[in-house]
Design a binder for this molecule. Structure first.
Ligand code: COA
Length: 331
């Protein structure tokens, strides 16, 4: 018989202790956007809900944005950074193959805890949150920091009228820690690699290294729209079901900020009561992929539209195609 191996002992439950965001300095409104593409403010607002977006300015990078958001989240959580057992970064725009951004950030935050990057595009924050919750409950980490950060302005062809107006920059971070009551519901997540081409990059980096042009995001907007407003709306319903909550028990809905019309389609499907606060930060921030859910959460809390202790439904979805969602108690 093999020797008995001790199992890790973690917290009974996990919850969000804090959330924070970093909003880049450069405001690019639709009028400026229309100097790059043949479009109009009216078309962009009507099709997406975006009035302006943020791009990095002087001195702002994926690393500086992520660190600023994570530092604020750790301060707000009031924890000793040395107790952070895991730092998880989700990004598709850290153009440094190795080492991970997470390892650098862990050092800057003051921890020697585990650190790794994940690639789950616009579902990245919810993917990271699911992992953080499991790490805290398994005892693998006392506290975990989850960061979503993107500098999509560097990865978007600003002259491509099918993508340029959508994508933007920013960072959001949250601290997950132990709790006596449950603050993070079961994750509903998955992937559909048969639609890998729906959001993809135009070429391989190796071609750029041989003198070709750099890759940019390419997207089949209609395919993504159909998937998000159908399949993802169904998955969002399941997130509530597995948390054993009814729509009436929900206070806040924070979908990935991809497009207000996708959010509208989800709302029709979910039949949420009128008083549920719905995140629509896409209007000022555009689609900042892995950063969009924590940025929206932080905005709703800091503007008083949502309050600590309320119940919120999160859902992220994007390139892969991948998705993840969970119900949380707001920090
Ligand atoms: C990108 C998106 C806004 C495009 O809207 P759409 O209604 O599908 O647009 P289409 O490509 O079908 O084009 C419709 C019309 O608008 C025009 N058009 C396309 N892009 C335009 C632009 N940037 N400005 C003005 N007109 C534009 C087209 O030429 C077409 O004109 P026509 O009817 O005269 O032929 C929409 O598909 C979408 O939001 N998809 C989901 C994308 C998403 O959320 N991605 C991120 C997921 S993480």
């Amino acid at each position: 018989m093999s020797a008995p191996i001790a199992a890790g002992v973690g917290a009974p439950y996990a919850r969000l202790l804090s959330v924070a965001s970093y909003v880049p300095s450069r405001v690019v409104d639709n009028a400026e956007m229309c100097t790059f593409i043949d479009s109009s403010d009216e078309w962009i607002q009507q099709r997406t809900g975006i009035a302006e977006r943020r791009w990095v300015g002087e001195g702002e990078t994926v690393e500086t944005m992520a660190l600023a958001a994570a530092r604020t989240a750790v301060e707000r959580a009031g924890i000793d950074p040395a107790d952070i057992g895991a730092v998880i970064v989700s990004t598709v725009t850290y153009f440094h193959q190795t080492p991970s951004l997470a390892a650098k950030l862990a050092y800057e935050l003051g921890t020697n805890g585990a650190a790794f990057d994940i690639s789950a595009a616009c579902a990245g924050f919810c993917y990271g949150l699911a992992q953080a919750e499991s790490l805290v409950r398994s005892g693998a980490a006392k506290y975990a920091v989850v960061i979503g950060v993107e500098e999509l302005s560097r990865f978007t062809d600003i002259h491509d009228r099918s993508t340029a107006f959508l994508f933007a920059d920013g960072a959001g971070a949250a601290v997950v820690g132990p709790s006596e009551t449950n603050g993070i519901g079961p994750v509903v997540w998955g992937s559909d690699g048969s639609q890998a081409d729906a959001i993809n990059q135009t070429s391989e980096w190796s071609e750029a290294m041989q003198g070709g042009t750099q890759p940019y995001i390419a997207m089949d907007g209609r395919a993504v729209f159909k998937w998000a407003s159908g399949f993802i709306a169904d998955a969002t319903k399941k997130v509530l079901e597995v948390a054993q909550l009814s729509p009436e028990e929900l206070d806040v809905f924070i979908p990935h900020q991809a497009n207000n019309r996708i959010t509208d389609a989800m709302l029709r499907h979910l039949k949420l009561p009128e008083n549920v606060v719905v995140a629509r930060t896409i209007k000022q921030f555009g689609n900042n992929s892995a950063a969009s859910v924590p940025m929206a959460m932080d905005q709703l809390l800091s503007t008083g539209q949502a309050k600590s202790g309320q119940t919120a439904l999160l859902i992220g979805f994007g390139a892969g195609l991948v998705y993840a969602g969970q119900v949380v108690t707001l920090p």
